[in-house]
Design a protein. Structure first.
Length: 302
């Protein structure tokens, strides 16, 4: 909801700037095309008064444009469903899907650096935050949960004996995921310092209020910065890391589909493709024709 709200607020800002009618019944496809064109060509979007959005210094990528298209489509489909419109103004507007990018998981070194930051906090009188953040990182790594799923966990959703956690995924669909013994231990240590037994939310701030998704995102950002990790990805990158690690060990895409909460294998295929790429690159280390030629020229064959 927060993600869609941000995009729709920026769409509203642009509509007001252009003087478009404030009655949705007067909207048509050309307003949508103009807005998408603004995204595609403008290098200084939203300006300073764009609903608090940071000004952009470069053109939107095809991926970003497709995200805005998806948000607008969801909104106008809702207006049709609720009877405000007979037809969505996006009915005749098509945006090509962005080409999938190579998935980059966190490396083992990066993960260890982040956990070292948490351990440092535990050792320097920040036991609640240190143990909480360590539990968050290990659960993200061990389950592949989405940010909203992690933030929505309540105490009664956790089966500590079996390491099972019930989560609410996209479309209000429940599923159960599992965490291993290392993550279970980290969660148990956090609960020792958590307190506030009257609070049902699993993740709390130092003040005892519920930690929202944006708070988790900010916490991970700070940990990465302290660990000297300048690459992007933040929370969702743990999901990629889990998926690739799981496939290496299990090789069953249907199991991964369930654990990630996907309705189809489309996204899982991206992980299998990335895994195949990694296997091919590792195989090349042993089969490099140039290395074989220079290293053992008398036995080189082509």
């Amino acid at each position: 909801m927060e993600y869609y709200r941000g995009m729709l607020n920026r769409f509203l800002w642009y509509a007001q700037r252009q003087g478009w009618p404030d009655d949705v019944r007067f909207f048509n496809e050309w307003y949508i095309r103009e807005f998408l064109g603004y995204l595609r060509t403008e290098i200084n979007r939203w300006s300073k008064e764009g609903n608090g959005s940071e000004s952009s210094s470069r053109r939107a990528s095809p991926r970003t444009i497709h995200h805005y298209y998806g948000a607008l489509r969801a909104f106008f489909n809702w207006t049709v469903k609720e009877g405000f419109l007979r037809e969505s103004p996006l009915a005749k507007v098509k945006v090509a899907k962005s080409k999938p990018r190579v998935i980059q998981p966190y490396s083992l070194v990066q993960l260890k650096k982040m956990l070292q930051v948490c351990d440092y906090d535990c050792q320097h009188n920040a036991k609640l935050l240190g143990n909480r953040n360590k539990a968050i990182i290990l659960i993200l790594l061990d389950s592949g949960l989405r940010l909203s799923e992690l933030a929505g966990i309540r105490l009664q959703d956790v089966d500590a004996e079996r390491g099972w956690i019930k989560v609410l995924g996209k479309g209000a669909k429940e599923r159960v995921v599992r965490i291993g013994k290392v993550a279970q231990k980290a969660l148990w240590r956090y609960l020792m310092y958590r307190g506030h037994d009257n609070k049902q939310e699993l993740w709390l701030t130092e003040e005892g209020s519920a930690l929202q998704g944006s708070g988790i995102q900010s916490a991970i950002d700070r940990i990465k910065k302290r660990a000297g990790i300048n690459e992007g990805g933040c929370v969702h990158r743990f999901r990629h890391t889990f998926a690739l690690s799981f496939l290496r060990a299990d090789r069953n895409p249907f199991n991964l589909q369930y654990l990630l909460g996907h309705n189809s294998l489309e996204m899982v295929r991206l992980y299998t493709a990335t895994l195949g790429m990694e296997d091919a690159l590792k195989a090349h280390e042993k089969a490099s024709p140039a290395d074989l030629l220079v290293g053992n020229s008398s036995h080189a064959r082509f």
